[in-house]
Design a protein around this ligand. Sequence first.
Ligand code: PLP
Ligand code: CA
Length: 304
Amino acid sequence: TASGGCQKIRGTQLHELLESKHNVLFDCDGVIWNGETAVAGAPEVVRALKQHGKRVFFVTNNCTRPRQSYVQKFARLGFADIGEQEIFSSAYCSAAYLRDVVTFSGKVFAIGCPGVHEELRDAGIAVVEEEDDGPDVNISNCALDPDVRAVLVGYDEQFSFMKLAKACCYLRDSECLFLATDPDPWHPLRGGRITPGSGSLTAALETASSRKATVIGKPSRFMFECIASQFDLEPESSLMVGDRLETDIVFGINCGLSTMLTLTGVSTFEQAQVYKDSGEPEKKDFVPDYVVESIADFLEALEA
Ligand code: PLP
Ligand code: CA
């Protein structure tokens, strides 16, 4: 009812909203957990939604883990019976994009964590092995693999000048695809610190190559298309719940979903209000339909 209304919602109204939806898409960090700690009540909420016949999907821009490792994380944090098929990560979806959308052949030069490499291999996509360039190797004499047809960049704590330089060389070939797992600028860590996100590494490569990456993760529509290709899923009967206006809420709006901001993560109610009150048409894609303090509020609403 409250399209782009930024409406704080709980109790009966939340009950009615949930009644009207068949699918709930949850962002992960800041929504159902923060780092290694589950959001209080989140395991019970996921279980209750399923008991009420809802389908639940997890849509994360975090490319660092393969799906199987998410299954283990869910179990460790107290979520019962979460299966790989419910988990859509930017690493998994990047591999799916290469396999199913561009029917990729050749090798991928991947900048990213093991999650990215494993998902690519699981999808049957060849990846350039990381080699230890010896002491006398530099960008003017390093080996380049002639079979590389795509560069994929994601969060990588081993990011280096050499990786950036090699990626740049591959991207000189305009036929070489340029993909990014996600555009996230940074992520909160414990103690008020932040870590740079994939988007910051992508920006370096975009500048150096004078090209623009195709973004797979939120807010791009592709992750929803990936879910919809595997499950029968109508946008109108789906709700996207996220903690970051610039990724999760824009994603939901791009895909025609109802959108909900939860206040257990990055974005605040005030930021949503600022977008809403700006009156600028291009800012309305950042305004959620609904706002909850925490998804823990779903429990009471489901019981209502
Ligand atoms: N990428 C990395 C490397 C992260 O550490 C995080 C959050 O911790 C994310 C992405 C964002 O994940 P999500 O989309 O689940 O909020
Ligand atoms: Ca998040």
